[in-house]
Ligand binder design. Structure first.
Ligand SMILES: *Cc1c(COP(=O)(O)O)cnc(C)c1O
Length: 403
């Protein structure tokens, strides 16, 4: 039932199988070393745990509910629970990690915080915790995303963050990440870079997964009290960089009877040239400091990703997912823009919950899986749809059939 060792966790060298590592410029070596040498000691200290747990409970609103979605269950003829990360303060799972990293930065004496953001959720989470802790906050965001996610840009500014518009490349998440790394190189001494997903050089992927692992820890406790067993048959989550999925999978990785399903964005279709389904169309390479799957041309140029969802529009994926994919411990599906939009409307009208466009990719994958009526399915609803309302309204206006 349970695997004997933690074969799916990072090893002492920072690798998941062949994936991960820390491929960084020399100038960042000391910062990454400092983090690597301290993160576990700090995270395991009693003072850290007390402060982290208190903020998750009283500031974020955890534990988030595990909601039995009766109408959705009926539709798919199985039992579906939604893990309600959408009910977190600031509207998504990103705050779990932002709080963890700000507490860590405090203990490392860093006074200046930088972050990259795609959908703006990580930027908002970071700006929020910086306001709480009184720290300077600079958020890098692609110009295209600034236009798609105006409400989140307004929030960040209101919270006192400086939002820097990035105009290189496709003006999206990858380009914002490059710019944040450049900033870190120039301010290596006093700055902590809060990476928003399980990507980047070791120890970030492991550190972020641990902060997000509260999701699967709660699922276990909650399932035990509502169905009398800790393990579901399926855990399903969308994958951009892969942090909400890594957190939802974390405590199930060694429980091999639990099927883990990650869902990527295939944009306009896998073969359309407009996709972000990294594990489906990508190959191994190095991006943003780690070895993982990425979308690239034969000569190693990164291919521009595309998804209607700003939070999934990334050409790489966390190294843990590359490893879970190669070892087949997890399965990865993909969902198009249109399928995701239909899933938004379906959940809204069936359960009265407007999901984030990212989370809707996980919802749309429900129809690709053959569930048994006796199955227990947990779907991680990573965020709420407020930030996507403009996209939804525009879509409904141009697709009248999807009333
Ligand atoms: C950022 C975001 C994602 C994608 O990021 P992961 O690291 O893959 O979790 C998914 N859902 C929501 C709501 C987000 O804000």
């Amino acid at each position: 039932m349970t695997a004997t060792k933690n074969q799916f966790n990072v090893n002492e060298f920072g690798y998941y199988g062949q994936f991960g590592g820390a491929y960084i410029p020399e100038i960042l070596f000391n910062n990454v070393e400092e983090l690597k040498n301290n993160y576990l000691t700090i995270m395991n200290s009693q003072s850290f745990k007390t402060e982290f747990d208190d903020l998750l409970k009283n500031y974020v609103g955890r534990p988030t509910p595990l909601y039995l979605a009766k109408n959705l269950s009926k539709q798919f003829n199985t039992t579906i629970y939604l893990k309600r990360e959408d009910l977190n303060h600031t509207g998504a799972h990103k705050i779990n990690n932002a709080i963890g990293q700000i507490l860590l930065a405090n203990r490392l004496g860093k006074k200046r915080i930088i972050a990259e953001t795609g959908a703006g959720q990580h930027g908002v989470a970071t700006a929020t915790v910086c306001a709480l802790m009184g720290l300077e906050c600079i958020v890098y965001m692609g110009q295209a995303d600034i236009e798609r996610q105006a409400p989140n840009v307004a929030r960040m500014k209101m919270l006192g963050a400086k939002v820097v518009s990035v105009t290189s490349g496709t003006k999206t998440l990858k380009d914002a990440t490059n710019e944040a790394i450049r900033d870190w190189i120039n301010h290596a001494e006093d700055t902590h870079y809060i990476i928003g997903s399980v990507v980047g050089p070791h120890p970030y992927p492991d550190m972020v997964a641990r902060f997000q692992s509260v999701i699967s820890a709660e699922i276990k406790t909650q399932l035990l009290s509502c169905v009398g067993k800790q393990n579901p048959d399926y855990v399903i989550a969308c994958v951009g960089g892969g942090s909400n999925a890594a957190g939802a999978f974390y405590h199930f990785l060694n429980d091999l009877e639990v099927q883990l399903i990650g869902v990527e964005a295939s944009g306009k279709g896998i073969h359309s040239g407009h996709t972000a389904a990294t594990l489906t169309v990508g190959t191994p390479g190095i991006i943003h400091g780690s070895k993982t799957y990425l979308m690239q041309t034969n000569d190693g140029q990164i291919t521009e990703p595309y998804s209607i969802s700003a939070g999934l529009d990334y050409p790489g994926v966390g190294p843990v997912h590359a490893y879970l994919f190669e070892t087949k411990r997890a399965n990865y599906l993909s969902v198009t823009d249109d399928e995701a939009m239909h899933a938004v409307i379906n959940l809204t009208q069936k359960e009265g919950i407007i999901p984030a466009l990212e989370s809707a990719h996980a919802l749309a994958a429900l129809s690709q899986i053959n569930f048994k009526p006796s199955d227990t399915v947990v779907l991680n609803l990573s965020g709420r749809g407020d930030k996507d309302l403009t996209t939804y309204i525009n879509y409904l206006d141009t697709h009248t059939h999807a009333k």
